[in-house]
Design a protein around this ligand. Structure first.
Ligand SMILES: NC(=O)c1ccc[n+]([C@@H]2O[C@H](COP(=O)([O-])OP(=O)(O)OC[C@H]3O[C@@H](n4cnc5c(N)ncnc54)[C@H](OP(=O)(O)O)[C@@H]3O)[C@@H](O)[C@H]2O)c1
Length: 239
């Protein structure tokens, strides 16, 4: 069902983005991936190519409009279309995370820019092509901290509340089309971001590879008609 679809994933050099890239590569997708640094990104590209996938890897900071334009334009030129967009890239902000009372304004703005403004920018750039074909799936990555406000999760949690709002608003604006917008909370996973957020974590975490199933479902035509929904990846089971 994914075979030959063009899947764009932001923040693919490590963690969940890497796991998603390899999972989609296994399903025969053609991939466009990015991260700010080439560190890790080239290795992920090589790993996905070893699985037989075609991969475009671009260093781009998706919080900068001209980088978004460049990344999407190169991908559209190479593949002629984008079928699926996973807005995965995100930053935590300062570690340890300050309480709001002490949260530096510059860091607050940066976290909101990367985590909330960037998915708006990438989605807005990708959607016209999807509307032309009246077909597409956008998957935003949210968090439990974007659903319930927790002390100490500061700008990160607030940015994920914005991602939830973005998802619902895009889905409603596109409700008369076959361009679908959903969100996935992957749950806690053993990644660099989690190690920064919870350095003294003493319980077993899921691996990013464990949570990819719902993303494959939302990218596939099996989820045709599903839009504006929130999924918890570690609870999700395909019927
Ligand atoms: N880990 C968890 O427990 C957990 C729980 C709930 C939700 N999430 C969410 O799951 C997603 C993946 O998290 P993760 O734990 O895999 O994070 P991660 O290991 O820190 O990876 C983040 C990725 O995003 C890229 N990135 C960051 N800022 C970027 C920018 N401005 N432009 C382009 N790429 C950028 C990073 O590469 P560069 O630094 O090179 O740019 C990296 O590839 C995030 O949306 C996160 O909020 C994670």
């Amino acid at each position: 069902m994914i075979n030959k679809k063009v899947v764009m994933i932001t923040g693919a050099s490590k963690g969940l983005g890497r796991a998603l890239t390899l999972a989609f590569a296994n399903e025969g997708a053609r991939l466009a991936i990015c991260s700010r640094s080439s560190k890790g990104l080239d290795e992920v590209k090589a790993e996905a190519e070893a699985l037989g996938a075609e991969v475009l890897a671009v260093t781009a900071d998706i919080s900068i409009s001209r980088d978004v334009e460049r990344f999407v334009a190169i991908a559209e030129e190479k593949y002629g279309r984008i079928d699926v967009l996973v807005n995965n890239a995100s930053i935590l902000g300062p570690s340890p995370m300050p309480l709001l009372l002490d949260y530096p304004e510059k860091d607050f703005e940066e976290v909101l820019r990367v985590n909330a403004v960037s998915p708006f920018l990438v989605t807005r750039r990708v959607i016209p092509g999807m509307l032309q074909r009246n077909h597409g799936s956008i998957i935003n990555v949210t968090s439990e901290a974007g659903h319930v406000g927790y002390a100490g999760w500061g700008a990160y949690g607030i940015s994920k509340f914005a991602v939830e709002g973005l998802t619902q608003t895009w889905a409603d604006e596109l409700s008369s089309t076959n361009v679908r917008v959903n969100m996935v909370d992957p749950g806690e996973m053993d990644t660099e971001m989690h190690r920064l957020a919870v350095p003294d974590c003493d319980y077993q975490l899921a691996k990013p590879e464990d949570v990819v199933g719902v993303f494959l479902y939302l990218a596939s035509d099996k989820s045709f008609g599903v839009s504006g929904q929130r999924f918890e990846a570690q609870e999700w089971r395909e019927d």
